[in-house]
Design a protein around this ligand. Structure first.
Ligand SMILES: [Cu+2]
Length: 146
């Protein structure tokens, strides 16, 4: 191997290491974490519901189906964590909670989850971002934070 090739190889490897460390640092600063596995007792569900835990924490179980989310309108407290569980009845749908990092796929037979805290009061639309059929654009629900 030529000396220049070795230098380029060492430089490229070092740069790769710097990029990787920058990625880890950015993820840590942004508090981005790999989502944890769901507990085994969380099974796919067919009906949407809202649970309030004894400490006041809300758990929202959303079911996506052509062309709506169930539940459609939910009131949540501002500044408290909200656990979102999501499943689908028919086909794959999307779930994007506007002005937040909650962006999930609703997959039939599976449950996806995310925890979000809404710090400002307001109406947060939830939209389907996966084309799921002819009335896909009507698929919207609302979280009302107050
Ligand atoms: Cu959809």
């Amino acid at each position: 191997m030529d000396r220049l090739e070795k230098i380029v190889l060492v430089f490229a490897s070092g740069l790769l290491g710097v990029f990787f460390l920058a990625l880890l640092a950015a993820a840590r600063l942004q508090k981005i974490e790999v989502p944890p596995c769901l507990p085994p007792e969380v099974k796919p569900f067919k009906e949407g519901r809202v649970d309030t835990l004894p400490d006041g924490r809300r758990q929202l179980f959303y079911v996506a189906q052509m062309w709506r989310f169930d539940p459609e309108v939910v009131e949540v407290p501002v500044g408290k964590p909200i656990d979102i569980f999501l499943s689908a009845k028919d086909v794959t749908h999307g779930f994007y909670l506007s002005w937040s990092n909650a962006n999930l796929m609703a997959i039939p037979g599976a449950v996806n989850a995310y925890t979000v805290t809404l710090d400002k009061p307001g109406v947060y639309p939830i939209i389907c971002h996966e084309y799921c059929g002819s009335a896909h654009q009507n698929m919207v629900a609302y979280l009302i934070a107050q």
